[in-house]
Design a protein around this ligand. Structure first.
Ligand code: PMP
Length: 400
């Protein structure tokens, strides 16, 4: 009965690692996947995560029974505080419902499903380009997916005019997906002034903001700075959705810990929204896993662990920023044609190099460097040791 099934293509991002793993060259370099690596090229488990896990193991009162449909209550409260700010009026006024979901992806999906079932306008605008999974997540949730201009290849910066025009002509009430910080794949974020203009335009048209926050703390090294865009929208009292992921900022990738928060107009609406979120979640996975959320809650509620976390997070962000500078300096020193200043202007885990498909294929074939075909490289996969190899490859690709 299954013999008619055709082979599906590899996921464009995860497929890069599959190809990398097959390569036997000693100089191979994986800049495809968005996971942090140390200067030695190794995955990192944060020290605070190890400590939190130890505390959890030692606590004999901990049990393994099901969490509620909405997840671990402490985790949800602390997650809302982390993204909205400890003194957020929306939290104090009980206008926020937060549900623990399966990392960023699951939070986006639950939000998408909720909107498709309960929101009057089923169109969502996503930036062009965006993280590849966005289109599929929202389409399969039942929303109609459209895009708005975001990136301008000519300036390798924000296409602000195009963005304002496209959101300006979106139908009233449409949902708009916004990257809270460190836009993936471009590394290009609006300035604070531009965010304010986007906010005003969206509110004047009744467009509903849905933030994807996958890199809080990773872009600037400061948790508060990286949450600024979300907080600007929450501060005006209007509705906001936000999907949080702890994959990057706590290095909990495989634990699948995230949260969806929905900020509403008043406490009564909020509790009704939460009751419907439960109906969305129950037939999908019943209730979320306990371990990862317990790690996050343990860290967020302990002053010392929290402080230590911010230092470890800053160290990761700083290493990425150093890699940007080193790559930029190396290309300059080599005299590689082109203006490479976007490497140091862009922020977050990725640089959108501007290299085209053919150049990427050339670098993979000749230099064993793996990245997505759109020319996106993960700065976290780079180290002082591998910068020269990448520089040689880019130089060869653009002077071919
Ligand atoms: N959104 C964006 C923009 C991302 O880059 C990612 C991870 N690459 C995610 C969401 C979701 O990741 P996860 O499900 O692992 O939290």
């Amino acid at each position: 009965v299954f013999s008619h099934i055709v082979r599906a293509p590899e996921d464009p991002i995860l497929g890069v690692t599959v190809a990398y793993n097959k390569d036997t060259s000693p100089v191979k370099l994986n800049l495809g996947v968005g996971a942090y690596r140390t200067e030695e090229g190794k995955p990192l488990v944060l020290n605070v995560v190890r400590q939190a896990e130890q505390l959890l193991v030692n606590d004999r009162s901990r049990i393994k029974e099901y969490l509620p449909i909405t997840g671990l209550a402490d985790f949800n409260k602390l997650s809302a505080k982390l993204i909205l700010g400890a003194d957020s009026p929306a939290i104090q006024e009980n206008r926020v419902t937060t549900v623990q979901c399966l990392s960023g992806t699951g939070s986006l999906r639950v939000g998408g499903e909720f909107l498709a079932q309960h929101y009057h306008q089923r169109t969502i605008y996503i930036p062009q380009p965006t993280w590849g999974n966005h289109t599929k997540i929202f389409a399969l949730a039942g929303l109609s997916v459209k895009s708005y201009r975001y990136y301008d290849p000519a300036t390798r910066g924000l296409h602000f005019q195009g963005l304002l025009e496209d959101l300006g002509s979106a139908p009233s009430g449409a949902i708009v997906l916004l990257h809270a910080c460190a836009h993936n794949p471009t590394g290009v974020d609006p300035t604070k002034d531009q965010w304010e203009q986007i906010r005003r335009l969206m509110r004047s048209k009744g467009l509903l903001p849905f933030f994807d926050s996958a890199y809080q703390g990773f872009a600037s090294g400061s948790l508060d700075t990286d949450a600024q865009s979300v907080r600007m929208f929450v501060a005006d009292g209007g509705e906001v959705l936000v999907a949080q992921s702890y994959a990057k900022n706590m290095g909990l990738y495989g634990e699948r810990v995230g949260a969806l928060s929905i900020v509403c107009r008043n406490a009564d609406v909020t509790s009704r929204v939460e009751s419907q979120l439960k109906l969305v979640i129950r037939p999908m996975y019943s209730n979320p896993p306990i371990h990862g959320a317990s790690i996050v809650a343990t860290i967020l509620k302990d002053r010392n662990l929290y402080h230590e976390w911010t230092l470890e997070l800053k160290a990761m962000a700083d290493r990425i920023i150093r890699m940007r500078q080193q790559l930029f300096d190396a290309l300059r020193a080599k005299g590689t044609p082109g203006d490479w200043s976007h490497i140091i202007k862009q922020i977050g885990m990725f640089t959108f190099t501007g290299l085209n498909k053919e150049q990427v294929a050339f670098m993979t074939k000749e230099y064993h460097i793996y990245m997505t075909s759109d020319g996106r490289i993960s700065m976290a996969g780079l180290s002082s040791r591998t910068v020269p190899h990448l520089t040689d490859a880019i130089h060869a690709a653009v002077t071919r």
